[in-house]
Design a binder for this molecule. Structure first.
Ligand code: 6CS
Ligand code: FE
Length: 299
């Protein structure tokens, strides 16, 4: 009986999106915080803040000595022709500059050490209330002068529709490897936006990731609902010195502007998914995205 229910439950589409010609703001059907204060290092105050805002910012969680090998590795990867010509490397839409490199927890032992650092894994396990695995890892370089924007979006909307992530039980951890100032395109988050699911319009194109990772056009919020979210919650910039860390809930609306300064804004992202929330068939009905974007090995 329970198996049948579980199987049926994990294929119900609790968050239908890109199925209508009109956007819709739906109720969130999942808890925000799944664990307890006793499950990890976060205080009850931190957990309440995360529940309310949908993100937490920790300044200088890593010091300059700890960061140095990660920064050197970022430069090595970006300079490597083998890496630059690999499918995991995404270039900027209007130049050959490297925009992102995916699956760095698999291709780089050094960056794997950052993605799986106990300081961040402990917090992810506490927020998700379970064991976790890496759903996705990436470095977003956002280089000076040519690092283009990441338009507003909810990661969960994409991971649900295109990767088959059933429920909202995942968290992104962004470690800044350069200073994130108010001027070089820091992550911008909308407090409280995680509490509703914004169903988007449009139909997912085949192999959408080949364009969406450069410039996302499907699965993005309509202006009216985005404006409503901002009027209700404002916008917070995740600024801070290199070594700062942001944990943001999978459904928190976020984006970042283009970088027209000479100062790079390079961040290392690890997405932790609960082992209780493993991917099923994509809800858009298309074949799953490649494993370097959505890890289906769950190792
Ligand atoms: O599609 C994705 O999984 C990626 N796209 C964005 C804009 N953020 C999450 C992730 O890197
Ligand atoms: Fe994102």
């Amino acid at each position: 009986m329970s198996t049948a229910t579980t199987t049926t439950e994990s294929t119900i589409d609790f968050y239908p999106s890109r199925v209508s010609t009109r956007p819709a703001l739906l109720e969130r059907k999942d808890p925000v915080v799944w664990g307890a204060e006793s499950d990890g290092p976060l205080s009850i105050m931190h957990m309440r803040q995360y529940e309310q805002k949908g993100f937490l910012i920790f300044e200088r969680m890593f010091n300059a000595d700890e960061l140095a090998p990660f920064i050197d590795e970022l430069d090595r990867l970006r300079a490597s022709d083998e890496v630059k010509t690999s499918p995991e490397a995404i270039t900027e839409p209007s130049s050959k500059a490297v925009r992102s490199i995916f699956a760095i927890h698999e291709s780089s032992e050094i960056l794997r050490g950052l993605c799986l650092h106990p300081r961040v894994v402990k917090i992810a396990r506490q927020l998700l209330g379970s064991d976790v695995y890496v759903h996705q890892s990436r470095v977003n370089y956002k280089p000076g002068f040519c690092g283009k924007e990441f338009y507003w979006h909810s990661d969960f909307e994409t991971w649900h529709v295109e990767d088959g992530m059933p429920r909202m039980r995942a968290v992104s951890c962004s470690v800044s490897l350069t200073d994130n100032s108010p001027f070089n395109g820091p992550l911008m988050l909308i407090p409280g936006s995680h509490k509703h699911f914004l169903a988007c319009v449009g139909e997912t194109p085949e192999e959408h990731y080949k364009s969406s990772l450069k410039q996302q056009e499907y699965g993005v919020p309509d202006n009216d609902n985005l404006a409503k979210m901002v009027h209700a919650g404002g916008i917070e910039g995740a600024t801070g010195p290199a070594g700062s860390v942001v944990f943001f809930e999978c459904n928190t609306m976020h984006g970042s502007s283009s970088n027209i300064t000479p100062l790079p804004r390079s961040n290392c992202f690890t997405v932790f998914n609960s082992v209780e929330n493993k991917l099923v068939a994509p809800f858009c009905g298309l074949p799953p995205r490649p494993n370097f974007i959505a890890n289906r090995h769950e190792d």
